[in-house]
Structures are given as structure tokens and as C-alpha cells.
Design a protein around this ligand. Structure first.
Ligand code: NAP
Ligand code: MG
Length: 497
């Protein structure tokens, strides 16, 4: 791992960074056809970092046409050729790890600590993993009779739209471009308007890595002007989306009202963490809960958002959580000592801060500070019906609910419209396994908080997910379709052998 630098060193790098300022369409850096731009800013200071093209439907058309044209050649390459190109891209990202970390931190408010130790290294790891997988995945021969051969082959789905959120700009890009490029698809990427810089930089690096022009387009702009035209495009074969449940739903409408493109949605969560009275090592539990709740400012679809704790250990656990939270310093994201930066935008800050008013019972924190900072906060509610227990806050606010049995805890955990992740802490292996089976979520962790890793599928049950999974070889299903090739071997001369 590259060593962390000092705040002064990061500031020095930041002062010298050149930000991308054009969209990437057909291998070229271009303005929006309309000539319009929008500013991307640094959430920590409100300062403008760059003006970016405010693209529209006509730019989406150009990107889709270029993706379509490049698709045939890219899809026909030997998988090992695409593997080498992706490996070169991963290497270029690693070579630029510090610069990309600083760019990501400046554009999103994410801490440099997370960018440099998680987001960028995991991006590299993800691309390498899918690159290495693609020339090791075999197609199938079906159990047909001696008179036939039936092949079940995977083909790349075609031109794919990738619509991304602002909370992990680079890593969500990697989760999608890794399997999509490996599979042989051509891409039209729409990064979140607030955080487009690193996607543009990676698309530049992709050209340097030898990924052909038109295979990896990045179209910057708003959801309505770029996201919707991608969703409704008649020549886009599939869309993979990560973002809110509200926007995800729209993509199903766009698809049904256009060409029935395939749609995969990764969306919100209201993730429960159950801590029972027989949990081992409450210090370790507290560390997991704090990490799960406050990592990335809680701007995390898999964040622990509801702590469902047994009454017998509640007081002791909360004391340990409060002690642990004190190590999570709030402030300038370019200071590697800080673990909580500003929220991504003024609008999002106002939304999160609205959960601190209304006579809510605050057990810890509850403060905000200038520059869109919300300090790690714990609130307690009487029941799971309370607003704080139902709505996705997407900020550093943990809601505590008290229970007296595992059965009650699991019932409350499942009482949500979401189902992305869940965790359970108990020293009893049988109960842990029973709870893991009963919890309705795409990922359940036992005695830990996490999302699995690149080898395990990630996605949600119920209104957290639709249509497929990111990560692992299962992610390739999003970007491929199955074809049956049926060969009849009947022939007069050979019929008898
Ligand atoms: P969002 O508002 O749904 O935006 C996601 C993307 O969709 C952005 O690129 C956005 O464009 C675009 N978009 C917005 N409105 C659109 C429309 N009408 N038509 C087409 N595209 C549109 O979500 P967000 O606020 O960026 O991200 C936070 C949410 O994402 C949270 O709810 C979180 O739970 C979820 N999330 C889920 C996962 C997961 O894997 N399940 C991971 C991360 C985040 P703009 O740039 O213009 O906003
Ligand atoms: Mg920004």
C-alpha cells in the first residue's frame, strides 16, 4: 500500500492537479453540443473545481452511436485481449493512485484516508479480478441426445448504459466497468453530476491502456438530461444503475416505454445490525457498529442504520460505541487523521440535518458544523415505526431500537421495505446461522460488518435491488445474454454410429 502523506503534502498535490473538463465520446475529449457547462465543486469548501459539459440527449445519441460502432470489434476480441487491456488500465490507475485519491476526495468530500486505502485500491483490485476471470469462464454443452449437440453460449449484451451515484464515484464505476468491459460490452457512462471527475480521468486512462475509442464513453450532466435519455434510448441494450430507489424505479419505466432494455438496479437500504446479550467481545462489536454506521459519513447504501440491541447489553454497548466514536475525527477530508468529512452537497446536508430536529432523543452527537459537517450521532426511538427507523437517512446517524429476544430482533430487522445488508452479533453459532437465514437481505454478516468482497455477489432483496448482482462472476450475468446453438447431427450416412 502507498504510504499516507501529510495534510500539507496532499494540499500541495491538490494545488497542482489538473482536472478533466470535457466529456469523452468516441475517444475524444468534447464539449456538450449545446456548449453549456455546469460547475463541480469541493463540498468541503464550496469552491469550484472545474466546469464540465452539461450534456444532453444529442450527446447521449453521439455516445451511443460510437459505442454501437465499436461494439462489434471489441466483442469479437479474444477474451485474453480484453483481459490485457483491463490489466493495463488497472495498472495505470494504480500508478496514479495518490492523484486519483486526492481528486476523488476534493470532488466528493470523502476522506483521503478512505480514498487512498479503500476506494482506489479496491478499484484496481476489482478491475484486475474481472480481467483475470474473463478468460477462465467456460460456456456449456447441454445434455442432449447423440443426434444433437446443444451449446449454451454467453454473448455480450451490447451497448450498456451505466448510471452512477456520488457516494463511491470511482468504486461504483469499477464494479460496473470491470465485468462489462471484460464481457465485451461498449459503454455509455453517466457519473453523478456532483462527482464526475474521476470517471473522466479513468476514461482518459482507458484510452492510454488501449481500450478502443468508443468502447468507454463518459457523458457528464444531469439525471434528466443524460440519465433519462440513456434509460429511454432505443439502441441501448441494458442499463446498470446504482442510486436511490426513487430513481431506480424510473429506469423500469424508461425501459418499458422504450425498447425493453435489461435493467439492473442497486438501490437504497435501511440496514439492521442485531446485537444479542450473548455477543462476544463488546469492544469488537462496538468497533464494527461504529465503522458500519459512520464509514463514508454514512453515505453508504450498506451502512448500519438501525442498531437493534438486546436490553441486557444496551447500556454497556452504547458506552463502548460512544468511546469508539471519539476516535472518528470530523473535519477537512484532506487531513488523513479525519474519518468523517462533509456531506456531498448542500441539499443532502439539509436533508440529513433535518433528522436532528423534531424533539428526537439524541444519545450522542447531534451537532453540525460549518461546511456541511454532520457529527456522528446516535438517536433512540421507541419503535421501528418511527421516521428515523424507517427512512433512509444516508448520513452519520445511527438509530437505536431495544429488544428482548432474537425472535423480536429478526422480526423488527425484516420490518422494512429494503433488504440490502444486515448483521448479527451473537456468540451462539446456531442462533447466528438461523438469524442469517431468516434475515431478508442480499448480504448478511455474522459477528462483523462488511459487504463481502469482490468474490461475493452484492445486491439487494425487495426495494434495495432488481435484476442482478454486482461483484463476483455473477456480475457477468448483467452484461451477457445466453444463446442456445442447436446442431442436428442426423445424416443418412452416419445415422448408425
Ligand atoms: P440518485 O439521485 O438516484 O442518482 C443516481 C444517478 O441517477 C445519478 O447519476 C443521477 O444523476 C441519476 N438520476 C437522477 N435522476 C434521474 C432521472 N430522473 N433519470 C435518470 N437518471 C437520474 O442517487 P444518489 O443521490 O446519487 O445516491 C444516493 C442513493 O444511492 C442512496 O439512496 C443509496 O442508498 C443509493 N446507493 C445504492 C448502492 C447500492 O449498491 N445498492 C450504492 C450506492 C448508493 P445526477 O447526477 O443528476 O444526480
Ligand atoms: Mg463535486
Amino acid at each position: 500500500m502507498t504510504e499516507l502523506l501529510t495534510r500539507a503534502q496532499y494540499e500541495q498535490i491538490a494545488s497542482k492537479l489538473t482536472f478533466p473538463s470535457k466529456a469523452i465520446i468516441d475517444g475524444r475529449s468534447v464539449e456538450a453540443k449545446s456548449g453549456r457547462t455546469f460547475a463541480t465543486t469541493n463540498p468541503a469548501t464550496g469552491e469550484k473545481l472545474a466546469d464540465l459539459p452539461a450534456c444532453g440527449p444529442e450527446d447521449v445519441d453521439a455516445a451511443v452511436a460510437s459505442a454501437r460502432q465499436s461494439f462489434a470489434g471489441w466483442a469479437k476480441q479474444h477474451p485474453a485481449v480484453r483481459k490485457q487491456a483491463l490489466l493495463r488500465l488497472a495498472q495505470l490507475i494504480e500508478d496514479n493512485l495518490v492523484e486519483l485519491s486526492v481528486m476523488e476526495s476534493l470532488d466528493s468530500g470523502k476522506t483521503i484516508l478512505d480514498c487512498q486505502t479503500v476506494d482506489v485500491p479496491e478499484t484496481v483490485n476489482c478491475l484486475r479480478w474481472h480481467a483475470e476471470a474473463i478468460d477462465k469462464i467456460y460456456d456449456q454443452v447441454s445434455p442432449a441426445s447423440n443426434d444433437h449437440i446443444a451449446l449454451v453460449v454467453r454473448e455480450p449484451v451490447g451497448v450498456v448504459g451505466l448510471v452512477l451515484p456520488w457516494n463511491f464515484p470511482l468504486l461504483m464505476l469499477a464494479w460496473k466497468i470491470g465485468p462489462a468491459l471484460a464481457a465485451g460490452c461498449s459503454l455509455v457512462v453517466k457519473p453523478a453530476a456532483e462527482t464526475s471527475l474521476t470517471a473522466l480521468r479513468v476514461a482518459e486512462l482507458a484510452l492510454d491502456a488501449g481500450i478502443p475509442a468508443g468502447v468507454f464513453n463518459v457523458v457528464t450532466g444531469s439525471g434528466s438530461q443524460v440519465g433519462e435519455p440513456i434509460g429511454r434510448h432505443m439502441d441501448v441494450d441494458a442499463v446498470s444503475f446504482t442510486g436511490s430507489t426513487e430513481t431506480g424505479r424510473r429506469f423500469l419505466n424508461y425501459s418499458s416505454e422504450s425498447n425493453l432494455k435489461e435493467v439492473v438496479l442497486e438501490m437504497g437500504g435501511k440496514n439492521p445490525s442485531i446485537v444479542m446479550d450473548d455477543a462476544d467481545d463488546l469492544d469488537a462489536v462496538a468497533a464494527h457498529i461504529v465503522n458500519g454506521a459512520y464509514w463514508n459519513m454514512g453515505e453508504n447504501c450498506s451502512a448500519i442504520s438501525r442498531l437493534i440491541v438486546h436490553s441486557a447489553v444496551k447500556g454497556k454497548l452504547l458506552d463502548k460505541i460512544v468511546a469508539e466514536v471519539k476516535n472518528w475525527h470530523v473535519g477537512d477530508p484532506l487531513d488523513p487523521d479525519n474519518r468523517v468529512g462533509p456531506l456531498v452537497s448542500e441539499a443532502h446536508y439539509r436533508k440529513v440535518a433535518s433528522y436532528l430536529g423534531d424533539g428526537v432523543k439524541v444519545l450522542h452527537g447531534g451537532e453540525t458544523s460549518k461546511g456541511r459537517f454532520v457529527h456522528p450521532t446516535i438517536v433512540e426511538v421507541e419503535s421501528n415505526a418511527a421516521r428515523h427507523a424507517k427512512e433512509e437517512i444516508f448520513g452519520p446517524i445511527l438509530t437505536v431500537i431495544t429488544v428482548d429476544s432474537l425472535k423480536e430482533a429478526v422480526a423488527i430487522a425484516n420490518e422494512t421495505e429494503y433488504g440490502l445488508t444486515a448483521s448479527v452479533f451473537t456468540g451462539n453459532g446456531k442462533r447466528a446461522m438461523r438469524a442469517a437465514r431468516a434475515l431478508r437481505a442480499g448480504t448478511v454478516t455474522v459477528n462483523s460488518f462488511g459487504e463481502g468482497d469482490i468474490t461475493t455477489p452484492f445486491g439487494g432483496y425487495r426495494q434495495s435491488g432488481f435484476g442482478g448482482r454486482d461483484n463476483s462472476v455473477h456480475a457477468h450475468d448483467q452484461y451477457t445474454q445466453l444463446k442456445t446453438i442447436w446442431l442436428d447431427l442426423n445424416d443418412d450416412e452416419t445415422a448408425d454410429f
